[in-house]
Design a protein around this ligand. Structure first.
Ligand SMILES: [Cu+2]
Length: 503
C-alpha cells in the first residue's frame, strides 16, 4: 500500500511539486505572504497550550509528588546585572528578580515550598488567587510571618486560568524586587491558538549614586526594567513571520506603564482576572498596565522587521533617568560643567572654588545625571565630551560588571570620534535633549551581544534604554538562523528552551 502510494505520488509529481512550491514561495515576498496565509489558516486547527517564555528570567522547575506539582521557591538576595556596567543587589527568588515564572494548568494541585533566606520576616501573597485564606500570604493575618531561615508551605487547587503573580506582601520588599509571574494555563486551550506566548514583568528601581541597592522609599525611579533588564540588555522576543503571539505584562511597581508595540495592532485578551470573552477584546497598539494589574495582548506577527515593544512614558525610556539640560551642561563661556560628583555638581562648599552655588559650577540638572561613580556615566544618555567619554569608557571597562553571564564586556564600540551635533549647538536654547552621539559613539552592541540580537543593524543599542525591547518578526530563513544560533549557544536554563526544543 505504502509503496503504491509513493509510486502514485511520484508519478503525479506530488512530492517533488510540494517541495519545489514551498521553496519557490519562500523566495519572494508574495510567496512569503502566501505561506503566512497558510500558517494563519492553521490557527483554527487542533490546539494545545504553548509554554510561556519569560526572556531573561525563565521558569521555576517542579517535581511531582503523586498528583501534586511541587515547586521550591527561595527568597534571597540576588546580585543582578541590569545593564552594561550596572550591577545591583535586589531581593528576588531562586537567583533572579523578578523570580522565575511558575506555570501550571487549570485543575492542577500545586504545592509551593517556600524558604526565606532573607534577613527579615516575609511571606508570599498569591495575587488574584481564589483560594483558601490560610494560603493568602498576608503576614500576621492569614499566616505567621515566615522568619529568616524558616519555611512555609502553600497548597492550591488551581481552578482559575490566566496571568497571575506572586509577591511579598511587605511594600518595601516588593520594591526591592520580590515578584514573579504565575501562569495558569486553561484546561481547554484558548482559541485562536498562539504559536508564541511571552511574559514580561515591569519593574522600576531608584538606585542612588554609588549605591548597589535600590532606595525603596524613593519615588524618583532611574532604572526601568523589563524582566530585570534595562535596554539594551533586554533580550528580544523572537517570533516567526506569521506566528500568532501572546504577550502577558505584569506590573508591580509604583507607576502605570503604557506598553506600546510598533508595526502591529494587538487585541487585549486578558486581565489579572483571566481571559476576556472574545466579544470584549479591544484593539490597540498601546495597553495601559496599571499597578497590580496584568494585561494580556495577542496579535498576528504579519509585518516583518525588528519592532520596538516599550513603555511609552518618556522617562521610562531612559537609563539613569539622565537629562542633559540647557547651557549649564556646557563648559567655558557658554556654560558650566555638569556630570561631576555630587559635591562639585551641587556646588557644595569644599574649598576650591570655595563658594556654595558659585559661578564655577552648575547643578547637575535632571535626575541623577552624572552623580556618583564614573562607571555609571557610560550608561546614561552619553558623555558630553571626548575626554569625558574616554574616562567613562575606561571606568566601564575596568568596572565590576565585566564578567556577567551572557554578555561580552570586551569593550565599548568606539565609533568615529566626530561629533554629530551642530557646531553652534551650545548656543541653541534647550540643547541638548537627546544628543547621544555628542562625543564618540557609545553603542553597546558588542557588550550585549547574544544570539537573539543577531542581525540587528549596527549601533542599535545606542537608542535602546529603560523599558524597551524588540519583537523581532523574522521571515523563515532569518528565523531559522537566529534559532540555530540560540540552540548552538546551549545555555543552561535557557528561558527559550521550550521553543528551541520544539525545533
Ligand atoms: Cu513605564
Amino acid at each position: 500500500m505504502a509503496n503504491r502510494r509513493s509510486f502514485l505520488q511520484s508519478a503525479l509529481g506530488l512530492t517533488a511539486g510540494l517541495f519545489t512550491t514551498d521553496k519557490l514561495l519562500a523566495a519572494t515576498p508574495q510567496g512569503q505572504a502566501e505561506q503566512l496565509k497558510k500558517r494563519r489558516n492553521k490557527i483554527s486547527g487542533p490546539v494545545s497550550n504553548a509554554p510561556v517564555v519569560t526572556p531573561d528570567v525563565g521558569d521555576l522547575p517542579f517535581t511531582m509528588d503523586g498528583y501534586v506539582k511541587v515547586f521550591h521557591l527561595i527568597a534571597q538576595v540576588v546580585e543582578q546585572q541590569i545593564a552594561p556596567g550596572k550591577k545591583i543587589h535586589v531581593w528576588g527568588f531562586n537567583g533572579s528578580a523578578p523570580g522565575p515564572t511558575i506555570q501550571v494548568t487549570q485543575g492542577d494541585r500545586v504545592r509551593v515550598i517556600f524558604d526565606n533566606q532573607l534577613p527579615e520576616p516575609t511571606s508570599i501573597h498569591w495575587h488574584g488567587f481564589e483560594d483558601e485564606i490560610q494560603y493568602d500570604g498576608q503576614p500576621a493575618i492569614s499566616q505567621p510571618p515566615v522568619k529568616p531561615g524558616e519555611r512555609f508551605i502553600y497548597e492550591f487547587n488551581i481552578h482559575q486560568e490566566g496571568t497571575y503573580f506572586y509577591h511579598s506582601h511587605m511594600a518595601m520588599q516588593e520594591m526591592a524586587g520580590m515578584l514573579g509571574t504565575f501562569v495558569m494555563h486553561p484546561k481547554e486551550p484558548y482559541r485562536p491558538h498562539c504559536d508564541k506566548d511571552f511574559a514580561i514583568n515591569l519593574q522600576e528601581y531608584a538606585v542612588l549614586p554609588s549605591n548597589t541597592v535600590p532606595n525603596t522609599m524613593n519615588m524618583e525611579f532611574n532604572w526601568l526594567l523589563l524582566n530585570g533588564k534595562s535596554g539594551p540588555a533586554t533580550t528580544p522576543l523572537i517570533v516567526r513571520l506569521g506566528d500568532r503571539v501572546r504577550v502577558r505584562f505584569v506590573n508591580l511597581g509604583m507607576d502605570h506603564h503604557p506598553m506600546h508595540i510598533h508595526g502591529h495592532t494587538f487585541y487585549t485578551t486578558g486581565t489579572e482576572g483571566g481571559r476576556i470573552p472574545e466579544a470584549g477584546w479591544w484593539p490597540g497598539n498601546t495597553v495601559l498596565v496599571g499597578v497590580a494589574q496584568s494585561r494580556t495582548v495577542e496579535f498576528v506577527a504579519n509585518n516583518p522587521g525588528d519592532w520596538m515593544l516599550h513603555c511609552h512614558l518618556p522617562h521610562h525610556m531612559m537609563n539613569q533617568m539622565s537629562s542633559n539640560v540647557g547651557k549649564m551642561t556646557r563648559v567655558g563661556t557658554t556654560g558650566m560643567p555638569a556630570g561631576v560628583d555630587m559635591n562639585t555638581g551641587m556646588g557644595i562648599l569644599q574649598g576650591t572654588p570655595g563658594a556654595p552655588l558659585g559661578d564655577d559650577y552648575g547643578t547637575s540638572l535632571g535626575r541623577g545625571q552624572g552623580f556618583g561613580s564614573t562607571a555609571d556615566m557610560a550608561t546614561t544618555n552619553g558623555p558630553l565630551s571626548d575626554p569625558k567619554a574616554k574616562d567613562a569608557m575606561k571606568a566601564t571597562q575596568q568596572g565590576s560588571g565585566q564578567n556577567m553571564s551572557g554578555m561580552n564586556m570586551g569593550g565599548m564600540q568606539m565609533g568615529d570620534m566626530k561629533s554629530d551635533v551642530a557646531p553652534n549647538a551650545g548656543d541653541v536654547p534647550n540643547f541638548p535633549q537627546d544628543a547621544y552621539m555628542e562625543g564618540p559613539m557609545m553603542a553597546m552592541d558588542k557588550m550585549v551581544e547574544r544570539p537573539e540580537n543577531f542581525g540587528l543593524s549596527s549601533g542599535w543599542s545606542q537608542f535602546m534604554q529603560g523599558m524597551m525591547t524588540f519583537v523581532r518578526v523574522l521571515p523563515p530563513d532569518k528565523y531559522d538562523e537566529v534559532i540555530a544560533r540560540m540552540k548552538q549557544a546551549n545555555r543552561p536554563n535557557d528561558p527559550y528552551a521550550s521553543i528551541l526544543n520544539r525545533g
